[in-house]
Design a protein. Structure first.
Length: 137
């Protein structure tokens, strides 16, 4: 199993929208960055992803699971980009802010800090555990 972070602007697609999508989940599409596309191509069914609200909030708010691995993004007319399908798992009890991540020396290496514009990024298991613990009461 691998671990990831997916970014979405909450006024476009929020964790609540993801929850409303139900067990079928929702297609994670619209990614137009080649590095993010390459990350999408590495995602497998049952991989877990933190759901990050970008721009508004700048915080990790929940967890989703990949239910369908990468396939061509239907919103991409040129056929260069990929999508995955993800299902809501849970909201974190308390959001983990970008500032909290930046202040934690054990996870300062994450792409969330070093490549702030990247919308799909891997998270190592040790960092996953640290962030998860930060999000529970």
């Amino acid at each position: 199993m691998q671990y990831w972070l997916l970014k979405s602007e909450p006024d476009v697609w929020s964790i609540d929208d993801q929850k409303k999508a139900g067990n079928k989940g929702a297609v994670w599409d619209g990614v137009r960055n080649y590095q993010a596309r390459n990350n999408l191509s590495k995602m497998n069914v049952n991989d877990l992803c933190f759901f990050y609200h970008s721009n508004i909030g700048k915080e990790i708010v929940g967890i989703v699971k990949v239910v369908k691995s990468s396939f061509p993004d239907k919103t991409d007319k040129k056929g260069r980009f990929l999508a995955v399908q993800v299902r809501f798992i849970k909201k974190l009890e308390k959001p983990v802010t970008l500032d909290q991540v930046k202040k934690n020396k054990l996870i300062k290496h994450l792409p969330l800090i070093k490549q702030s514009r990247l919308s799909v990024m891997p998270i190592d298991f040790k960092s996953w555990k640290i962030i998860y613990k930060m999000g529970i009461k």
